[in-house]
Design a binder for this molecule. Structure first.
Ligand SMILES: [Zn+2]
Length: 151
C-alpha cells in the first residue's frame, strides 16, 4: 500500500474493520504520518464440488436449485425464496468453514437436513433421488428413521 502523499510503501495499520465483502483498514504512513484508508476485498476462494464419479466442477447454485425444484414440485409451503435461502445457507456454511472442496453427497445431506424442517413430502422426494435407494426396503428404513427423529 503506497502512501498517497509521499509514495512510501511502508505503513502501519491503526484500525481494521471487516465487513461482509471487504476489510477496511485505516493506515498511517511511517514516513510522513499521513493517514489513509484502504479496502481489501476478500479473495473469493472457488468452491469445488466433487461428483460421485470423481469429476470436479465449480459450486453451481442452479444445479442444486434444479434438484430442489423437482423435489418441491407443487409443494406450496416451499417458496422459491425458501429454496434460494437453503442454497445460500449451505454455500455460506461451507465458505465459513473454509471448505474448498465438497462432495455432492455432502451437499445433498445438507439440503435434506433443511428440507426436513420445512416439508416432509419434499424431503422424501429429494431423498429418493439423491440417496439412490436400491430397493423399497432401504427407502422404508429411511422413512422409519425419519419418523423417529421427528418425534
Ligand atoms: Zn507518506
Amino acid at each position: 500500500m503506497k502512501c498517497p502523499v509521499c509514495g512510501e510503501t511502508e505503513s502501519k495499520v491503526i484500525d481494521s474493520r471487516p465487513t461482509d465483502s471487504e476489510i477496511r483498514r485505516r493506515r498511517e504512513c511511517v514516513s510522513c504520518g499521513r493517514r489513509f484508508t484502504t479496502y481489501e476485498v476478500h479473495e473469493k476462494v472457488p468452491l469445488i464440488v466433487i461428483k460421485k464419479n470423481g469429476t470436479k466442477q465449480f459450486f453451481d447454485r442452479s444445479k442444486i436449485l434444479n434438484g430442489l425444484d423437482k423435489a418441491c414440485y407443487k409443494r406450496s409451503m416451499i417458496t422459491p425464496e425458501d429454496m434460494d435461502r437453503i442454497i445460500t445457507e449451505i454455500e455460506v456454511d461451507l465458505r465459513n468453514a473454509f471448505q474448498t472442496e465438497v462432495h455432492t453427497s455432502e451437499i445433498g445431506r445438507r439440503v435434506l437436513e433443511k428440507l426436513r424442517d420445512i416439508d416432509e413430502v419434499s424431503y422424501v422426494r429429494y431423498a429418493s433421488v439423491y440417496r439412490n435407494f436400491n430397493d423399497i426396503e432401504s427407502f422404508m428404513q429411511e422413512l422409519q428413521s425419519m419418523k423417529k427423529e421427528s418425534k
